[in-house]
Design a protein around this ligand. Structure first.
Ligand code: SAH
Ligand code: DHB
Ligand code: MG
Length: 216
């Protein structure tokens, strides 16, 4: 069944994003390569770009590249001499992303690093102005610690998928991905180095939400 919020997400996408050759091609190429359809929605992608612009971000870190759809949005929020580092476990995903970033004309600003992010992060140099966490949910607590380490006062951290159909309030869950997000939310909420909230969303990707965290 098509939920009404699917159609409304389409309405928002048509109205505020519209057709965009590079983004449309990125999704088509990701699909053709067999990548899962789990990129951020167009409205959330645009929100990431707007956030980057609003804070004047010059350096961005992304954890979880997939085919680079969110990466393109984030990179578009950077000035021409800005820098974006994105981390991806799967070499095939990274290859698709690199070609999508090339087509979108942002490859010069973006470095795609392949490997398990918890390991790659040790070799990444900060600080970053904006960090987007969107990789494997069981490792979100570790990604938060690294993100704070790679931040400066004022750094904005966005974490996708922190509501998961409302399962986040199911204390009896045995799903490590939900448990990861639960631990993440609790860590963030109790960490005096940051100030944060979480926002529920509905749309083409169902019922979920994101956390918005400011360091300092
Ligand atoms: N940010 C993307 C979607 C990311 S989907 C977008 O909105 O367009 C999550 C990605 O995280 C997948 O590509 C998956 O391969 C990757 N991933 C999973 N485990 C990982 C790990 N341990 N380290 C780095 N990336 C990982
Ligand atoms: C999944 C991952 C995501 O980052 C997302 O936004 C939706 C789904 C997943 O692994 O199923
Ligand atoms: Mg996600």
């Amino acid at each position: 069944m098509t939920e009404r919020w699917d159609e409304v997400d389409g309405y928002i996408g048509d109205l505020f994003v519209g057709r965009d050759d590079a983004l449309d091609a990125a999704l088509a190429a990701s699909d053709d390569a067999g990548l899962p359809s789990i990129a951020v929605s167009p409205p959330l992608g645009k929100l990431l770009m707007l956030l980057a612009k609003a804070i004047g971000a010059r350096t961005i870190l992304e954890i979880g590249t997939l085919g680079g759809y969110s990466t393109i949005w984030l990179a578009r929020g950077l000035p021409a001499d800005g820098r974006l580092v994105t981390l991806e476990l799967d070499g095939k995903h990274a290859d698709v992303a690199r070609s999508n970033l090339e087509r979108a004309d942002v490859a010069d600003r973006v470095e795609v690093l392949v490997g398990p992010a918890l390991e790659t992060l040790h070799g990444v140099e900060g600080p970053f102005d904006l960090i987007f966490i969107d990789a494997d949910k069981d490792n979100y607590p570790g990604y938060f610690e690294h993100s704070v380490r790679l931040s400066r006062p004022g750094t904005v951290i966005v974490a996708d998928n922190v509501i998961r159909d409302g399962e986040v309030i199911n204390d009896a869950t045995d799903d490590p991905r939900i448990q990861g997000v639960q631990r993440f939310n609790e860590l963030v909420a109790s960490d005096t180095r940051v100030s944060a909230t979480a926002v529920q969303t509905v749309g083409t990707k169902g019922y979920d939400g994101f956390a918005l965290i400011v360091v300092g």
